[in-house]
Design a protein around this ligand. Structure first.
Ligand code: AP5
Ligand code: MG
Length: 225
């Protein structure tokens, strides 16, 4: 399946994308994670991206679309993929339409995660990421690690993202409203969008997503039924 996950910062895109991608055995492609990987490796692309990410602005389209084009050319995306954080404006959506048309494929579903802004702020304030393993996302209150500051999966150090300061989060929300929300309308016109409440426990949100794409259900432990 070719799925796109969209929603404001802190809605839980990364949290759900990791679970959905594992459930469907398809790669999880997050432009935010790819940029953070470049930043950690000190590449030129990473240094360029950082200047935009720090302020809560979008990385320029030509850079972002180039990164995605490269990812979608990989053989592991032939059976499908889950895009998280791309496209983020209409120009990127049109570029994706073109990339898919060139390979005679199309999206199967767009899942739009909906969440009130006050919830976003508390989710982002408590978020912790692992420096080694980008797929596991923690929250100091909602999904705390067993040992504070340590990833329970690989033992890596947990850290807070640079762009998770309140002023930057406010800017990211504004960018979402003005630039990304129209992308939902773009795909709504193609009949692809299901809006899902991002409230409730992680497995409840996951089940809403699975229902939307016509797949099974999981229990609280993540086991399929
Ligand atoms: P990106 O990394 O994509 O950030 P974002 O869209 O702002 O979204 P987040 O990653 O902050 O939130 P999320 O929805 O993934 O939530 P999460 O699952 O972590 O992009 C960062 C920057 O990179 C952008 O600002 C931009 O500069 C640049 N960029 C990226 N893509 C780009 C593009 N296409 N074009 C241009 N620039 C681009 O969850 C948040 C917290 O909530 C976690 O702590 C989690 O544990 C907790 N949580 C999740 N679900 C639940 C739940 N159900 N209940 C309680 N807590 C929960
Ligand atoms: Mg994310």
């Amino acid at each position: 399946m070719r799925i796109l996950l969209i929603g404001p910062p802190g809605a839980g895109k990364g949290t759900q994308a990791a679970r959905l991608a594992a459930h469907l055995s398809i790669p999880h492609i997050s432009t935010g994670d790819l940029f953070r990987e470049h930043i950690d490796q000190g590449t030129e692309l990473g240094q360029n991206a950082l200047t935009h990410i720090r302020g809560g602005f979008l990385v320029p389209d030509e850079v972002t679309t180039g990164v995605i084009k490269e990812c979608l050319a990989r053989p592991d995306t032939e059976r499908g993929f889950l895009l998280d954080g791309f496209p983020r404006n209409l120009a990127q959506a049109k570029a994706l339409d073109g990339i898919l048309a060139d390979s005679e494929s199309r999206l199967d579903a767009v899942l739009d995660l909906e969440i009130p802004e006050d919830q976003v702020v508390s989710r982002i304030a408590g978020r912790r990421l692992c420096r080694q393993d980008r797929e596991h996302i923690f929250h100091v209150d909602y999904s705390p690690p067993e040992v504070a500051g340590v990833c329970g999966f690989c033992g890596g150090e947990l850290y807070q993202r640079d762009d998770d300061r309140e002023a930057t989060v406010r800017r990211r929300l504004e960018v979402y409203r003005t630039e990304t929300a129209p992308v939902v309308d773009h795909y709504q016109a193609q009949g692809l969008v299901t809006t899902i409440s991002a409230l409730g426990q992680v497995h409840e949100v996951l089940n809403r997503a699975l229902v939307a794409i016509g797949r099974g259900q999981v229990d609280a432990s993540g086991t399929s039924s």
